[in-house]
Design a protein around this ligand. Structure first.
Ligand code: SAM
Length: 235
């Protein structure tokens, strides 16, 4: 799968894309990461990407022309499986179910806004969807793009070493549903400052461990995210 990112800060992605699962997936060729500098599609000598908002008000707005030009140059004829996503706090909330849907696509192109945001004609006439990573306002879409790419990439077959990892984690569920939280994890030492690991996990009884984990996951979900239990709990 290919991820394109359109940004005025291409250097921003050096850190996030050079570590862990995403970096390994790129090195192995399971994903392709293409970071595009929005300024490459400007036409004036100052490489201007923003302008003042019509109607007045604070700050600057990203202009539509370089963004349309960039997307039309990256995908001269957009095909099915090539999806343009505008990152914005006004978008639909990104979650595991959305990540699973996006992992089915061939290519994603993530547009990172800055300043006061992006000229609305990008949302209306270029983007397939608007996504938000949470109900708060970031300074730019770059962090949001990293979040989306990381969450989607780990659902692509072969990206995680152990295929079960993605299906057993928090929120994993079939279809469009959101699953419950993962069970609590422990590692050595079995006794840390007097806080002991639940006995059953040391017992070696796989069925009892499975049952304990299921109960513990339900209890933790009920405590921290009760709304996830309001739908039928996927097995
Ligand atoms: N004026 C906009 C508003 O109030 O809705 C906020 C603009 S924000 C300062 C600048 C850019 O950061 C946005 O265009 C978007 O790309 C990105 N951004 C900010 N918060 C985000 C969020 N929660 N999810 C995704 N992108 C976000």
């Amino acid at each position: 799968m290919t991820f394109h990112v359109l940004t005025i800060f291409p250097g921003f992605f050096r850190g996030p894309f050079e570590h862990g699962v995403v970096a390994r997936a790129a090195q192995s060729g399971r994903i392709r990461l293409c970071v595009h500098n929005l300024r490459d599609w400007t036409t004036d000598k100052h490489r201007t990407v923003d302008d003042r908002p019509f109607g007045g008000g604070e700050g600057m707005v990203l202009k539509p022309e370089p963004i349309f030009r960039a997307v039309e140059a990256i995908w001269p004829e957009r095909q099915p499986g090539q999806r343009v996503i505008l990152l914005t706090p006004q978008g639909r909330l990104f979650n595991h179910a959305v990540a699973r849907r996006l992992a089915q696509e061939r290519e994603l192109l993530l547009i990172c806004g800055r300043y006061e945001g992006v000229d609305e004609r990008v949302a209306e006439h270029l983007a397939d969807e608007e996504l938000s990573i949470g109900d708060y306002v970031l300074s730019g879409g770059e962090l949001a793009a990293c979040v989306v790419i990381d969450a989607v990439a780990r659902l692509i077959p072969g990206v995680l070493g152990n295929e079960d990892s993605a299906t057993q984690e928090s929120f994993a569920a079939p279809g469009d549903e959101l699953g419950i939280l993962d069970y609590p994890q422990y590692t050595r030492p079995a006794d840390f400052r007097g806080w002991k690991v639940p006995e059953v996990l040391l017992s070696g009884h796989h069925e009892e461990i499975r049952r304990w984990r299921r109960q513990a996951a339900l209890a933790k979900t009920a405590r921290l995210r009760p709304e996830l239990l309001e739908k039928p709990v996927p097995r």
